[in-house]
Design a protein around this ligand. Sequence first.
Ligand SMILES: [Zn+2]
Length: 452
Amino acid sequence: MDVSMGVNGEVDLVLRSTRVVTLDGTRPASVAVAGGTIAAVLPHDAEVPAGARLEDVGDHVVLPGLVDTHVHVNDPGRTEWEGFWTATRAAAAGGITTLLDMPLNSLPPTTTVEHLRVKRDVARPKAHVDVGFWGGALPDNVKDLRPLHEAGVFGFKCFLSPSGVDEFPRLDQDQLAASLAEITGFGGLMIVHAEDPHHLDAAPGGSSTRYADFLASRPRDAENTAVGNLIAQARRLGARVHVLHLSSADALPLIAAARSEGVRVTVETCPHFLTLTAEEVPDGATEFKCCPPIRETANQDALWQGLADGVIDCVVSDHSPSTADLKTPDFSTAWGGISSLQLGLSAVWTEARRRGHTLDDVARWMSTAPAALAGLDRKGAVEAGRDADFAVLAPDETFTVDPALLHHRNRVTAYAGRTLYGVVTSTWLRGVRIADRGRPAAPSGRLLERNK
Ligand SMILES: [Zn+2]
């Protein structure tokens, strides 16, 4: 083939490395880019076409740009918690090239087409990476779901337990069934915060600065029951569902069994569940609070086994920040959410390498699988025809997390002081360098819509 021409015109960039992560494994390659699209993945020593710029990153690893399908940007309305400017800068610095924004914690929430329009207008000029939106399923907005789907949201989020904000009420089982039936009618996807409210109500609660008390208030049974009920509804209605931020590894056999019978259920977990443990959380350290919670070491081992077995599909951040004053020392009232947008790749890689996993695995969990979940067929792999989105990683370099170097609006982080492997040396979006050694460039992200 004539490699000087791609589908989008002449090759203008060649990204070369001895370690390019492709769907067929990691190998030396030269990735030819034309007009922001990958034109070809060529041998390492391929001739650079006339007029193309060569970017040789040596033995740094070229990964597909990460796709983070679980980010709470909170903009507009709670922009002091986070915003599209700060969140997408943090994403770019951390190797993420696409993020999908959750429908809640912003005001308005993304629960009508008009609200989606407001969100898109706010995000457009601030996006340093590509940004798409999930819609929200509430007890009273079933009529809004199809219009939101047609307007390009990637699916719908619901809560089965209280969400933490009044404007985003939970669904009971009848309301879940009604929303699932509607969504299934147009071939959509429901993504679910799966904790059962009755199990949470029955658990011991109350004010405490001890992590063990908080953990007891969010038992594994709450997750296991909610996941079981969700699978039953998905089976009955033929619905496609996705379990968000799984913490309880006890639910994995349920999910594996349901899938083997053909129930359409996928599942994600998060960097904090894979890298932090309940045993190490100091008293009053509510930067570690999230719901469902970080659990014990043995549970974490079982989550890693779930990844190794292929039961867990995706690893995404659930970046859900707040202002520092809401992280009070009382676990029962502190805001629940962990910030890791800029750090997720390094945190997961640090633990993955210790457990014998490869960067091919990390790319699958953090890019290929989340892209597939959302139907983003131009994202998620270094392959001809996809967007030229890359995260370039120095996998053996280490750094110590200094909150001052984070681009998150609020620099409260459970990872402060940790030494992590894997420095993101550059991030590329459609062939343009959008971050260099942690320094973001000018915004060049686009707003994405579900493939129609
Ligand atoms: Zn979340």
